[in-house]
Design a protein around this ligand. Structure first.
Ligand code: C2E
Ligand code: CA
Ligand code: CA
Length: 426
């Protein structure tokens, strides 16, 4: 069988046994036996530790290539929690060691994005195969994420030109729209539409994304992709953003009172809004006035915001989190996607952009990217929402790959509040 250069490098590296392993196991005899087997297979054993705390310390200091982690260990934090932290904080893949594989534990391990498990007592061949597979998988994920960073630059330029083309308006027409937009709020031309968010496990509607609509008196319905950039440039996104936030929170509260299951509401924040001082205060005040529990509000931010990486952004994110709202990273994969953003900012949700979902089942590249995103997000304890699900085939793929939630025309396009209530009665 022919190997690609990458595979050859990988093969060479694993054959040269440059792999440094940390063993986390509180039964010394088992740990020593494992260590002997690993050494016989040519791996370097950096250390053997027996608690989650010691494992975190050793991972930080010794930077192993791989951690072999007993699921049941003594101490404050168990194996799965320790593994999640090691992966989240240091990006080191973890393989679980387990005496028996009950479904519940394995499911929990799977949900944290583990790289596999080996059963005690360890069979050398199985051990070697599991380690090789885990390292290969990890390498692939790193490469996919690196390629996303390049792909996003291209996609960003493309998006800009599409936006300009789509606007199809010269400076003067833009000015007219801008002028009209100043009065849109006053004249009650803006509306909020809601698109259901469906939990894939049981196909229940568990939330709604609030999306702006502008019913222009002469031009008819204008898309938010057209008028939001204008509102941003004209410096009027602030009041528009506050308006939709209030409207959406009040709507969510009213649904909460009238229908049994609590619905979450998602509101988009634009970059300009985010750069406004006092945003967290506005959000807190709105929640107070509408009497909506903060955990029912998701705020969606795009990656372009994080690129700024300014102190203001960091502070704002912390302030918003301290209110108790949840933060989602929107359009994931199109912007400056990088694992580091997910690691460095306290997001709760990743929304995979619809360009990745479109005809996924026919595109092996997209399949690998989506699987990597879901795996990583779960490793970091984030929920994953797939956007723009249009076909049953896409839905089945997402269910099979443990995506948490989905949104798209397959379920419903964004609809008015009245129409949305029909779903709540179903
Ligand atoms: P977004 O946040 O990514 O919102 C999702 C968009 O995908 C919505 O477009 C929605 O109608 C569309 N969509 C949902 N399911 C499907 C599907 O199955 N297939 C396809 N092809 N499209 C689907 P919409 O409502 O036109 O909004 C476009 C963008 O405008 C939003 O993208 C968001 O970036 C922005 N936007 C909308 N409302 C607001 C707002 O209140 N504030 C801010 N800052 N931006 C907003
Ligand atoms: Ca959104
Ligand atoms: Ca989106």
């Amino acid at each position: 069988m022919q190997r690609t250069d990458k595979e050859q490098n990988f093969h060479k590296k694993t054959m040269m046994h440059e792999i440094n392993v940390l063993i986390v196991e509180d039964e010394l005899l088992i740990a020593q036996n494992l260590s002997r087997k690993l050494k016989r297979l040519g791996y370097q054993v950096l250390d053997i530790v027996s608690s989650g705390e010691a494992a975190l310390k050793a991972s930080a200091e010794k930077k192993p290539n791989l951690v072999l982690m007993d699921i049941v260990i003594k101490g404050e934090i168990d194996g799965i929690e320790t593994a999640t932290k090691i992966y989240r904080n240091y990006g080191i893949p973890v393989i679980y060691l387990t005496a028996y594989a009950d479904d519940k534990t394995l499911q929990r391990a799977e949900n944290t994005g583990s790289y596999g498990y080996v059963l005690k007592p360890f069979n050398e061949r199985e051990l070697h195969a599991t380690i090789r597979m885990a390292l290969q998988k990890h390498q692939q994920q790193v490469e996919i994420l690196e390629s996303l960073v390049t792909a996003e630059e291209l996609s960003k330029n493309l998006q800009l030109s599409i936006q300009r083309a789509a606007l199809k308006i010269g400076g003067s027409e833009q000015l007219v729209l801008e002028n009209d937009l100043h009065f849109a709020l006053e004249n009650q031309e803006l509306q909020v539409y809601y698109q259901p968010l469906v939990r894939l496990q049981d196909r229940q509607i568990v939330g709604a994304e609030a999306l702006l609509r502008w019913q222009h008196p002469k031009r008819g319905m204008i898309s938010p992709t057209t008028f939001i950039p204008i509102a941003e440039e004209a410096g009027i996104i602030g009041p528009i953003g506050e308006w939709i936030l209030r409207k959406a929170c009040a709507q969510a509260k009213s649904w909460q009172i009238r229908y049994p299951a609590p619905l979450k509401i998602s509101v988009n924040l634009s970059v300009r809004q985010f750069n406004q001082e006092g945003l967290a205060k506005i959000v807190a005040q709105t929640l107070l006035e509408t009497d909506l529990a903060p955990e029912l509000l998701d705020l969606e931010l795009t990656e372009s915001l994080l690129v700024q990486d300014s102190m203001l952004v960091v502070r704002m994110i912390d302030e918003l989190k301290s209110i108790g709202v949840q933060l989602a990273i929107d359009d994931f994969g199109t912007g400056y996607s990088s694992l580091s953003y997910l690691q460095h900012f306290p997001f709760d949700i990743v929304k995979i952009d619809r360009s990745f979902i479109r005809s996924i089942t026919h595109n092996p590249g997209k399949i690998a990217i989506i699987q990597a995103i879901i795996r990583m997000a779960h490793g970091l304890n984030l929920k994953v929402i797939a956007e723009g699900v249009e076909t049953e085939e896409e839905l089945i793929f997402l269910c099979d790959n443990h995506c948490d939630l989905a949104q798209g025309y397959l379920f419903s396009p964004p609809v008015s509040a009245e129409s949305f209530e029909r779903f709540l009665l179903m």
